[in-house]
Design a protein around this ligand. Structure first.
Ligand SMILES: NC(=O)c1ccc[n+]([C@@H]2O[C@H](COP(=O)([O-])OP(=O)(O)OC[C@H]3O[C@@H](n4cnc5c(N)ncnc54)[C@H](OP(=O)(O)O)[C@@H]3O)[C@@H](O)[C@H]2O)c1
Length: 343
């Protein structure tokens, strides 16, 4: 058994993490922090967790976190970079779901997040937690920077093509949509039901914070400098990301389906649908699975890649547990095996 702490356990990704960790056979949750719910039982805040272990939220206490083998941060950006240095010094591994250690260039970090990074020395130690790309490095890591939800869908959708070098990397277009839980649990006017329901809109078309992460990740996969346009959209559903990716092929004889099926053959959480099928968010909701549909309209040079994940699972907490499994030498799928519940 390993001892696990969660900083920010009362938010959506924190609660989702607790839901999965309670069912994990090798995990003992020793601390779940929240400033708003100190001493409140987790099932008072999330009644879906009732009937599980009696755990109360607690204030953040480094002495308590010191007892952990690994601490997850499910906090807004700016929090983990202030505490992670102490935890690493105490020999505690860190899996950070926020953006704090994702961006390697501190100037790029500052330009998108608006303040100086307080632990720049740790950034080179952080391993980007996309297991389908970085599995071997994740196994050896002490600090994981989990990918954002949009970047997970986009990188999984493009990984085989980028590696194949059969792609014009100068002009990739991504139109991706997220459910409202992607914005977290904090009440915001723009995200209340009557503002979001029965409507659909783009946001951040001039630049979204996930863009520098997407560019860095695609560059890493391809070894090239990628040109990408990324426009996020808000979907009036609770969970789910649907990314539609448009990319120009440079090899018209490429067997797109065979390429994707081969690259993801041994990746337990990525399914390639039969060529020409359309994935749906409902088929991955509540699961750690990613489904990819592949199209080439009229057999032309444009590849259309459709990717669905659950933003709170493969896009966040499930993927973080997948990383934990690799770091602690558990089977990669341990505790993550369930499929989506439909309808
Ligand atoms: N939602 C998604 O789909 C998703 C996907 C991938 C990654 N992420 C990232 O994961 C992180 C958490 O997202 P979320 O959606 O779960 O957010 P959330 O629902 O707003 O939850 C944030 C959590 O952090 C705690 N918190 C807030 N400020 C804090 C501070 N200064 N110090 C300590 N704790 C603090 C909050 O509890 P108290 O205020 O009670 O302390 C709460 O438990 C974010 O960085 C987000 O970008 C989210």
């Amino acid at each position: 058994m390993i001892n696990v702490g969660i900083v920010g356990g009362s938010g959506y990704t924190g609660a989702e993490l607790i839901r999965w960790l309670l069912a994990h056979p090798h995990v003992n949750i020793v601390s779940a922090t929240s400033r708003s719910y100190v001493d409140v039982r987790i099932d008072k805040v999330y009644p879906n967790l009732s009937g599980t272990r009696d755990i109360c939220y607690s204030a953040l206490d480094i002495n308590q976190l010191q007892k952990c083998d690994v601490v997850f941060f499910t906090t807004p950006h700016g929090v983990s970079q202030t505490i992670t240095p102490d935890l690493l010094n105490l020999g505690v591994k860190v899996i950070d779901l926020s953006a704090d250690f994702r961006i390697r260039n501190v100037d790029v970090w500052k330009s998108w997040y608006g303040f100086e990074h307080s632990a720049p020395d740790l950034i080179p130690l952080a391993v980007y937690g996309l297991p389908e790309f970085n599995g071997e490095r994740i196994r050896e890591a002490d600090l994981i920077a989990c990918p954002g939800c949009y970047p997970t869908s986009i990188q999984l959708g493009l990984l085989p093509l980028l590696r194949s070098q059969c792609l014009d990397t100068s002009d990739i277009v991504v139109n991706a949509s997220s459910g409202v839980s992607g914005a977290g649990r904090i009440a915001k006017l723009a995200n209340i039901y009557s503002e979001v329901g029965d409507s659909y809109r783009a946001y951040g078309a001039d630049g979204h914070r996930h863009l520098p992460e997407v560019v860095q990740g695609l560059n890493d996969i391809s070894g090239d400098s990628i040109g990408v346009t990324f426009v996020p959209h808000l979907l009036p559903i609770n969970r789910g990301i649907h990314a539609t990716i448009f990319a120009n092929l440079t090899d018209l004889d490429l067997d797109l389906h065979n390429l994707y099926a081969t690259v993801f053959k041994d990746k337990p959480f990525v399914s390639i649908l039969p060529f020409g099928e359309h994935p749906q968010t409902r088929n991955v909701r509540g699961s750690n699975h990613c489904q990819i549909g592949l199209h080439r309209p009229f057999g032309g040079r444009k590849a259309v890649i459709l990717v669905v994940i659950d933003n709170l699972v493969k896009g966040a907490s499930g993927q973080a547990i997948q990383c934990m499994n690799l770091m602690f030498k558990f089977p990669e799928t341990c505790g993550l095996n369930s499929t989506a519940s439909v309808p």
